[in-house]
Design a protein around this ligand. Structure first.
Ligand code: LLP
Length: 398
């Protein structure tokens, strides 16, 4: 039978409530230890990108290992503080920060607002002034680097809405000195997500260093430089490649960054820290014979995991109840949308009503992007550690 991890545990939950997310907290821990060791070796600081998965046990693991957070909403900033991250380790990016969200960050005195436009800088300056405070800000520069990733998750090209465009830098330099209530501490970059070509990060390191020099020549000496996240994971071989190679990732930066001594280097990793530790488990409701196709209709759908519908993303799918001769299925969800498809012509063990299907690599951008469309309930989360099963409450209570 199957080599699938946590098989018995999953079977103990299945009668209750499929679909559900299952998080392997031991794998998460091993991954975080490896990332931290590779970063520490170079004196680099990691902020966890909360948007990838904001479940409390996951955030607590990030806090306990000593990472900061990277937030894109006032609620993510507030969540980080509630969970116990120090404000000095929280950064806040996003092109549309509202006044209320900025105030959350100002009141807490966060590490950095990653500012994406001059218009935003003006508002932060004004709000900080009203509070008699000085806001720490970094300039998010759009370095115009092609991340060679899916067009919907690339952010570092000029035509993207993110960051300050390179052509605007002279204007920026002329203008930013007038802001009295901001303290410009650093530069920030994030060029996209699920980047698997490390050459792209080399280009980023070189460009970021050049831009740092440019600002230095204009009289700006930055305390830190933040290179964002984006490191991709293996969606095709999740059981063989359970962890990404953090060492090679950080080494690229070590070899290609040329920054003044003492500049602190920060990263904002999301997917690479949490993607492989999560699996979505769903039950076969019907095996439906079509004209020429066979549909495996699951009780989980795009409301639980939207990545296939939104980005045509591939997630490895496996029947964890049996290991019979493989057959081809279109694996689909029950939602009234034609794009509610996990995969077409997927080779799976011959499957039957009631079988459980594992959908891998769903720890990042899975549960967080779920919705209640069609008035569906949201999938629950369970956690496995040292062979024991926990709900969120019981895990945190341990
Ligand atoms: N920093 C910033 C400013 C970001 O916008 C992001 C992700 C990250 C860090 C973390 O990137 P990561 O290490 O996770 O690649 N929903 C999409 C991914 C969207 C990523 C948005 N930004 C997906 O499911 O593929």
């Amino acid at each position: 039978m199957n080599k699938f991890p946590h098989h018995d545990i999953i079977h103990s939950i299945k009668e209750v409530d499929t679909p559900f997310y299952l998080y392997d907290m031991d794998l998460l821990h091993t991954t975080l230890v490896a990332a931290k060791a590779a970063a520490d070796r170079r004196g680099y600081v990691i902020h966890y990108a909360v948007k990838a998965n904001n479940n409390h046990p996951i955030l607590a693991a990030m806090r306990d290992i000593g990472f900061g957070t990277d937030c894109v909403s006032g609620n993510e900033v507030a969540r980080s503080l509630e969970v116990g991250f120090d404000a000095s380790m929280v950064d806040f990016a996003g092109i549309g920060k509202t006044d209320e969200e900025i105030e959350v960050g100002l009141d807490a005195g966060i590490f950095s607002f990653n500012v994406e436009s001059l218009e935003e800088m003006e508002v932060i300056d004004e709000l900080a002034g009203k509070r008699g405070k000085k806001a720490n800000v970094s300039l998010r520069i759009n370095p115009n680097i092609d991340a060679h990733t899916h067009k919907n998750i690339t952010t570092g090209l000029s035509e993207n809405k993110f960051g300050l465009d390179l052509t605007l830098l002279p204007k920026l330099v002329d203008n930013i000195r007038k802001f009295q209530h901001v303290s410009i501490k650093g530069l920030h970059f994030h060029i996209g997500s699920q980047i698997t070509d490390l050459e792209v990060f080399k280009q980023l390191a070189v460009k970021a260093s050049q831009l740092n020099d440019y600002f230095l020549n204009q009289g700006f000496q930055f305390e830190h430089i933040n290179l964002g996240g984006g490191l991709g994971v293996s969606y095709h071989h999740p059981t063989q490649k359970r962890m990404v190679d953090f060492e090679s990732f950080f080494k690229i930066f070590e070899e290609n960054l040329t920054l003044p001594v003492g500049t602190k280097v920060h990263f904002e990793l999301g997917r690479s820290l949490v993607a492989q530790c999560g699996i979505l488990i769903s039950k076969v409701v019907y095996v439906k014979a079509g004209l020429s196709k066979r549909f495996l209709i699951l009780d989980g759908g795009m409301t639980d995991l939207i990545r296939p519908a939104l980005y045509q993303a591939f997630h490895l799918t496996e029947n964890i109840c049996r290991d019979e001769e493989a057959e081809k299925y279109d694996v689909v969800g029950p939602i009234c949308e034609s794009t509610d498809i996990f995969g077409e012509d997927v080779l799976l063990s011959k499957s039957y009503r009631g079988d459980l299907i594992a959908i891998y690599t769903t720890g990042a951008y899975g549960q967080v992007m779920s919705s209640k469309y069609n008035m569906r309930d949201r999938a629950k989360a369970y956690y496995v550690s040292q062979g024991k099963l926990y709900s969120e409450e019981s895990y945190l209570g341990e």
